[in-house]
Structure formats: C-alpha cells, structure tokens
Design a protein around this ligand. Structure first.
Ligand SMILES: Nc1ncnc2c1ncn2[C@@H]1O[C@H](COP(=O)(O)OP(=O)(O)OP(=O)(O)O)[C@@H](O)[C@H]1O
Ligand SMILES: [Mg+2]
Length: 257
C-alpha cells in the first residue's frame, strides 16, 4: 500500500543533531502538574545558563502558552519558524497557531503534526529540550517516544494519590516497553507549608506503595502552592521559596544526571 504520510525524517534528524538531551515530562494521569513542572524545569534550566527549549506536544489541551503568557502569532525566518522566547528559553506549541481554537485531528495525523512542528522550528543548538506530554498513553506520547528515541528520558509526575500511582505505573510500563529510560518521579503537591510545618491537604503519600506500584525513585517533592491559581506563574516562581527551591533542586539533579 502506498504510504501517503509526510513524516519529515531528514528534517527531524537535522534538528535533533543540534539537541543534547530531551527530557519528557509525563505521567499518564491528568491534572497532576506535568505542564507546571515542565515549564518550571525549562525556565530554571534556562536561568542556570543552559540553552533550553520547551516543546508542548499536548495538542488538545496545550498549557504552555498560559503558563508562560505567550500568544500567537509566530514569525518565520530563513531557518524555519521562530519559537517564542521567554528570556533565552525557546518555546513551541500548537496553540501558537491555533490560538483559542480546538485542534481536531486524530491518529497518525498527530504523529505527523508533532514531527512537522519539531522539524519546522528553528530550535538552533540546545543543551536541553523539555517536552510537555499530555495525559494518557496514546498517540502523542507514543509519537514523542519514537521521535526522541535514543535521546530522551522520562520524568514522571504524580500526586500523593494511590489512584494516581496506578495510572502512572501504566506510563512506566509503556516507557519500559519502548526502551525510554526513567529520570525519576516527582511527587507534586506532596505537602503544604503552614507556619513552618508540613501539612498534607491531599493526604500523605504512601512511599512504600509508590515504590511497589511505580517502581522508580522519587527525585523531588514539590509543595502545593495555593498562590498558583492567583498569580502569574513567573511571579509565583519568584515569590515562593519552598516551591522555587524544590524546583531548582530538581532541575540541578536533571542537568547533572
Ligand atoms: N505544586 C502545585 N501547587 C499548586 N497548584 C498546582 C501545583 N502543580 C500544579 N498545580 C495546579 O494544578 C492544575 C493542573 O496542573 P497542570 O496543568 O500543570 O497539570 P497537567 O498534569 O499538565 O494537566 P493535563 O493532564 O491537563 O495536561 C493547574 O491549575 C496548576 O496550576
Ligand atoms: Mg498539561
């Protein structure tokens, strides 16, 4: 059967040759803070002096433009589409094309779209490309695993919920099957500080269960920060010492690994 797809193998290969390391931020579970962690890690890597890109492959629920307060339109130049810039951080998302409109595509079209977006973007030389994965273990995740095969590691995000652990374990199994190494687990919204004491509004994580069910080590515990919903993300990152410290430590661990 004739292959009518237009997967840009060569153009993707050229872009990837200029990228040192790809950190996929995923979970399988929705709403656990993948996009927040992806944005925070990317901003932090960039502030620490690494040449960093942030690639949003959540085609149906892109969050990066909101977290970073970036909007269409995109400009194109001689070397491709110019990613949006936040300081030195380069960001690309389908939402920079679609704006507030839905993206009604399915199946292999998604794989092609992600590959084209990767190939068309003028990332230049990068030390790290951070990739924000959508919830689930479907098309976009499988596409990212294959697009970045051999160059990526997976940072898993979970909340303290035992129900989240179960779903995250599916992502773990998929990564193992696809030979994507794990960078570790981030326990997000793990605790909240009140008067210097740790409180556990989402319940305390059963770490033994987490180890048994997910089978990967925790590399960061990130506190719940109620201000997140009230202030622009970058203001929150600058204000909260515990949150910023946890995210800064996580980023250092990732860049040293
Ligand atoms: N540590 C935190 N403290 C407080 N709020 C948080 C924290 N982490 C994430 N949130 C909030 O939880 C919600 C979900 O976060 P986010 O969108 O990053 O999750 P997600 O896993 O990417 O979701 P989706 O599965 O839809 O892609 C957002 O409102 C976000 O601001
Ligand atoms: Mg998200």
């Amino acid at each position: 059967m004739e292959d009518k797809r237009s997967y840009p193998f060569e153009a993707v290969r050229k872009r990837l040759n200029q990228i040192g390391d790809v950190i996929l931020v995923g979970s399988g579970k929705g709403g656990v803070g993948k996009s927040m962690i992806a944005c925070a890690v990317a901003i932090s890597l960039s502030i620490q002096g690494w040449k960093t890109g942030l690639f949003d492959v959540d085609l149906h629920g892109a969050s990066i433009p909101n977290y970073l307060s970036l909007r269409p339109p995109l400009r194109s130049g001689g070397k491709g589409l110019e990613p949006k810039k936040l300081g030195r951080l380069k960001a690309m998302s389908i939402a920079f094309f679609a704006g507030d409109n839905p993206v009604p595509i399915r199946g292999l079209e998604k794989e092609d779209l992600i590959a084209h977006l990767m190939a068309l973007t003028n990332w230049g030389e990068l030390d790290h490309l951070v990739v924000d994965l959508p919830p689930g273990t479907g098309d976009e995740v499988l596409s990212a695993f294959s697009l970045f095969s051999g160059k990526c590691r997976l940072l898993l995000v979970t909340t303290p919920s035992k129900y989240a652990f179960k779903v995250v374990s599916l992502m773990c199994k998929l990564a193992e099957r696809e030979k994507v190494p794990l960078a570790g687990v981030v326990l997000n919204m793990s605790y909240m500080l009140s008067g210097g004491r740790r409180m556990y509004p989402l319940g305390r994580a059963d770490l033994k269960r987490l180890k048994n069910v997910i089978g990967a080590r925790i590399i960061a515990e990130v506190p719940l920060e109620p201000m997140m919903n009230e202030e622009p993300f970058q203001v929150v990152l600058k204000k909260n010492n515990q949150l910023t410290k946890a995210l800064g430590d996580l980023t250092r661990k990732l860049s040293e690994a």
